[in-house]
Design a protein around this ligand. Sequence first.
Ligand code: C5P
Length: 210
Amino acid sequence: MVIALDGPAASGKGTLARLISDHYSFAYLDTGTLYRGVAWLVLKEGGDPADPALAAAAAQGYAIEKIAGADIRTKEVGAAASVVAANTAVRAALLDFQRRFSEKPPKGAKGAVLDGRDIGTVVCPDATVKFFVTASPEVRAHRRWLELVPARPGLEEAEIYQDLLERDARDAARDDAPMAAADDAELLDTTHLSIDAAFAAARRVIDGVF
Ligand code: C5P
């Protein structure tokens, strides 16, 4: 059993993925952390995320221990992640790990939940259930701002809004595995939904399939 959640930044897919994994006792992989980890490794060395050889080397040598304790959730790392994510060698290096996780989830879990941009289209095209989670850019920017502002007082919501639009445009326009809804994905627009309501809608779809 594999559940795929794709969608733009701050659409709510991560929150939904976590709730789904808890509810059904499935293992959860946030695939964005892989791209953020690679970007962080490049930035830590003072490198340019757009340098193809540097990003590829960081992805090929990637291991979770290398980013232990790193703050990969900042907007700078998010922006750099979407730059390294356009690099085909980076995507190829991270693909096996994601596929293995979905096929053989850790700790004997009965299934896996993966969230990202290309899960339903490329990583797990045969996923049992696929969602494409969206929300208006204004709502997404506000959610991300609420998340980031405690650590960055003075952070402007308008700046987050611009960052999100740029990141989404880059993720949707790249040649390799662009962000896209799979043809058989359920569209879930969370603009006007509480977390509880979005989770209930997702459960109705999943329970109808299992
Ligand atoms: O989801 P998150 O914001 O952590 O993802 C950071 C970046 O990683 C995205 O903007 C995207 O460029 C990239 N990504 C990707 N494919 C995935 C997951 C994330 O290209 N499956």
